[in-house]
Design a protein around this ligand. Structure first.
Ligand code: PMP
Length: 335
């Protein structure tokens, strides 16, 4: 037993602590701003109609067994995931350059992606491995990367003065970072700021990434959930792929399919042009794709409508001093 005495107790999870405090609170107009999960008009979790339908179909499927899947997961799922984020006519897919693995949601994808880089990225010999995340970022990035021996440093991202993107500083940092640095970027609906680069800014970010031969670790946890349109939200990822930047994508279906507890995710690794994928690689809701897109739109449009209404209440109704435009300019559930 003594052998284990030095194992520290993990610190309590701040977000879940808040959730329990919320549950215990008896105040009738309480609002939970802790965990990032979609709620409907009754403040209840929303089971997507398409998910309900798919679940019913699955339960009636006589071929459904609980056998082992291949090591890299259900191939129909991982390839559909890759098509979803990269687009069906992606050059990387057509050239067979994508390696995909099913993961324990986006968190598992982040972990596996970080582990993959820790083990196989061409790090500078004899120097501490370092990757860069936005300041601020999803807090779990820190434990995940440090857990696999990669130190995380931050790059400028959020500018409190403008409540927007610190774009010039961000770009200057990208330019000044050592060649072949690893940058973690949120594909859309940045957590926790809700601030995304514009397409024009993404293009300039891609220019520098290619110039400096950086590696992009895309964390894609909100595809479709931001604008209501899956293709629109994948624009940045597809632009980088089109331009031949080496990258990986962590994909989560927690938000856009409302499958928070099911842990459905994938990791997609895309080497630069000319390097073929060799290996490394959920149950399908086939035929229901169009219905899913409608459900995603429902969620995104409600979030956008809530932002508009909050903005209207603060400005027109309450005449609150100050500028509140960031509430409608920012994207997704945060800030
Ligand atoms: N990355 C980001 C930026 C996130 O916001 C989240 C969800 N909070 C995830 C990854 C992973 O979430 P999950 O493991 O639930 O898919």
């Amino acid at each position: 037993a003594e052998t284990w005495e030095s194992v520290p107790l993990a610190p309590p999870d701040a977000i879940y602590k808040l959730t329990y405090a919320y549950k215990d609170d008896t105040y009738p107009q309480k609002v939970n701003l802790g965990v990032g999960a979609y709620r409907d008009d009754n403040n209840k979790p929303w089971i997507l109609p398409v998910v309900k339908k798919a679940t019913e179909r699955l339960l009636q499927d006589p071929n459904l067994d609980h056998e082992y899947l291949p090591i890299t997961g259900l191939p129909e799922f991982t390839s559909a995931g890759a098509r979803l984020v990269l687009g069906p006519d992606s050059p990387a897919l057509l050239e067979g350059r994508v390696s995909s693995v099913q993961t324990i949601s986006g968190t598992g994808a982040n972990h596996l992606g970080a582990l993959f880089l820790s083990r196989f990225y061409q790090w500078e010999e004899g120097v501490q491995k370092v990757a860069y995340v936005s300041d601020p970022t999803w807090v779990n990035h820190f434990q995940i990367f440090r857990g696999v021996g990669i130190e995380l440093k931050t790059y400028p991202y959020y500018d409190p003065a403008t409540i927007g993107l610190a774009f010039e500083k961000y770009l200057a940092f990208l330019k000044a970072a050592p060649r072949r640095s690893v940058f973690v970027m949120h594909a859309c609906a940045h957590n926790p700021t809700g601030v995304d680069p514009t397409r024009e800014q993404w293009t300039q970010i891609a220019d520098v990434v290619l110039e400096r031969a950086h590696y992009v670790f895309f964390d894609c946890a909100y595809q479709g959930f931001a604008s209501g349109d899956l293709d629109n939200d994948a624009w940045a990822v597809r632009e980088f792929v089109k331009r031949g930047a080496p990258l990986l994508i962590c994909q989560s279906f927690a938000k856009n399919a409302g499958l928070y507890g099911e842990r459905v995710g994938a990791l997609h690794i895309i080497p630069p042009d000319g390097e073929r994928a060799q290996s490394a690689g959920a149950r399908s809701a086939s035929g229901l794709f169009e219905e899913w897109k409608v459900d995603i739109k429902t969620m995104a449009e409600r979030i956008i409508a809530m932002r508009k209404e909050l903005h209207r209440l603060l400005t027109e109704e309450l005449k609150t001093p100050g500028n509140w435009d960031h509430i409608v300019n920012q994207i997704g559930m945060f800030r």
